[in-house]
Design a protein around this ligand. Structure first.
Ligand code: SDX
Length: 429
């Protein structure tokens, strides 16, 4: 197979190297295209563009495959836990028992936030969307850690990575507590990551909070499923922000801002709103009629994906977990779950969705579980951000350590006005 692409454009030609990875499509290295031909490539939305080389996550959209450092998501979901997955994504290998214990202890000892950070919350309205609180508060962390902002120092990068992974659940729980007018709950060093988060979210000073093993396991699994996903929009935002040398706290705040969009991480919240709007199974066909009407901007939220043109493997795990968690919570015949399953069934048999290879993605079922676990809809994307912070940090570190890394600065196809002279206001029409 040739390892060059012969490009002839206008009266120019050049041979571009073709690079191969471990798996997935080969790439045409176009870095010298403009110098050799004077042409840019054009790819709004990066449909066919590899923005970087990465060793972290691999997705095969046609086969519905998702690997974290080579390990299938289904196996990690069944056998691993989020602390192990955090170590794996950050360091590239599953930890030994000793490494896992040391890593877990390190993260635990960073879970508290500077007490002055609590005053940031008072500036927000109680009904502020928690994602807005997360963007502001996580960005503000850079004002507290001047001792670890030299991104070229591996030790600074490591402690900042640990601080972000450790503190993001604490801040997320504080955002929730602030919204419901309850006191903040401090992390407890004797609790595991997911248990600690549930305790900070749902315990109150007035009585002992019993952590349900079922909810803790489901929370841990949801964190695993959402931890990383190749060069999605928010990860690309973190990488682009980081490419300018911005500190990791500011980069993660940028990632949170991007994740908030309903086309991305905000979809889990949008799925619940959609299910409530549809209301009952007998309205599904009418709703799908609106989705298929090009004049109507209605999307089937939780369906479709830029990469997956088959089932999102996370959605499959999420659906199985949904049934298990609801059953163990004693939630029988949850109307939203029944509606979601009816909606999925009808959509998967509908030509519009089949032709466009639109399948349920990770967001289709997650909201139903999270609602059953007691999370308000506005917190769904916050939970996505808690999990994805590990992936963002792993990708940020990989970008900083990449010798080929340069500041990201795309070009454009300019279709605006040609050069023209200024017209004094007295002479304008
Ligand atoms: C996440 O990138 C990642 O990895 C993201 C993520 C991660 O872990 O980081 O996986 C998390 O963001 C999952 C996606 C969550 N978003 C939603 O569920 C929102 C609903 N989905 C759509 O907005 C859409 O599917 C996207 C944004 C997810 C993907 O958009 P694309 O790749 O740009 O899809 P497209 O617009 O090229 O779709 C092709 C066709 C179009 O129709 P035609 O113009 O060909 O007639 O399919 C249609 C689209 O209009 N289409 C949908 C649809 N998704 C695509 N039609 C109805 N409902 C949908 N959900």
């Amino acid at each position: 197979m040739s390892n060059t692409a012969n490009v002839v454009v206008g009266n120019k030609k050049t041979d571009l190297p073709v690079l191969s990875g471990t798996a997935g499509p080969q790439v045409v290295d176009i870095r010298k295209l403009y110098n050799d031909t004077g042409y840019f490539t054009f790819d709004p939305g990066f449909i066919a563009t590899a923005s970087c080389e990465s060793k972290i996550t691999y997705i095969d959209g046609d086969e519905g495959v998702l690997l974290y450092r080579g390990y299938p998501i289904e196996q990690l979901a069944e056998h691993s836990d989020f602390t192990e997955v955090q170590y794996l994504l950050l360091h590239g290998e599953l930890p030994t028992a000793k490494q896992k214990q040391e890593f877990e202890r390190t993260i635990t000892l960073h879970t508290m936030v500077h007490d002055q950070l609590t005053r940031f919350f008072n500036g927000f309205r109680r009904d502020a969307h928690p994602m807005g609180v997360m963007v502001g508060t996580v960005g503000a962390l850079s004002a507290f850690y001047h001792d670890s902002l030299d991104i070229n120092d591996p030790q600074h990068r490591l402690i900042s990575s640990h601080r972000l992974i450790a503190k993001i659940p604490t801040i997320a729980a504080m955002a929730y507590k602030y919204s419901v007018g309850q006191p903040f709950v401090y992390p407890k060093n004797n609790l595991k990551y997911a248990e600690n988060f549930l305790n900070m979210m749902f315990s109150v000073p007035c009585e002992e909070y019993k952590i349900s093993p079922t909810l803790a396991k489901a929370m841990d699994l949801i964190f695993i499923l959402h931890a990383d996903h190749e060069q999605n929009a928010s990860t690309s935002t973190v990488r682009l922000a980081g490419s300018s040398g911005a500190n990791p706290f500011a980069c993660i705040a940028a990632g949170i801002a991007c994740l908030w969009g309903p086309s991305h991480g905000g979809a889990n919240e949008a799925v619940l709103k959609m299910l409530h709007e549809i209301g009952s199974a007998d309205k599904v066909k009418d709703f799908l009629g609106k989705v298929k009407d090009k004049g109507d901007n209605t999307k089937l939220m939780g369906f479709g994906h830029r990469v997956y043109k088959n089932f999102d493997p996370r959605a499959t795990v999420m659906r199985e977990t949904c049934h298990k968690v609801l059953a163990e919570l004693g939630v029988k015949n949850d109307p939203l779950l029944k509606l979601a399953m009816e909606l999925e069934k009808i959509a998967l048999e509908d030509k519009y969705f089949v032709d466009r290879k639109l399948y349920p993605n990770v967001d289709f079922y997650s909201g139903i579980i999270l609602r059953a676990m007691g999370f308000p809809t506005a917190m769904f994307t916050v939970l996505f951000a808690v999990a994805r912070t590990t992936g963002w940090i792993a990708q940020w570190n990989e970008m900083i350590e990449d010798p080929a890394q340069k500041i990201g600065r795309p070009r454009q196809l300019y279709t605006g006005a040609a050069q023209r002279d200024y017209v004094p206001i007295a002479k304008r029409g």
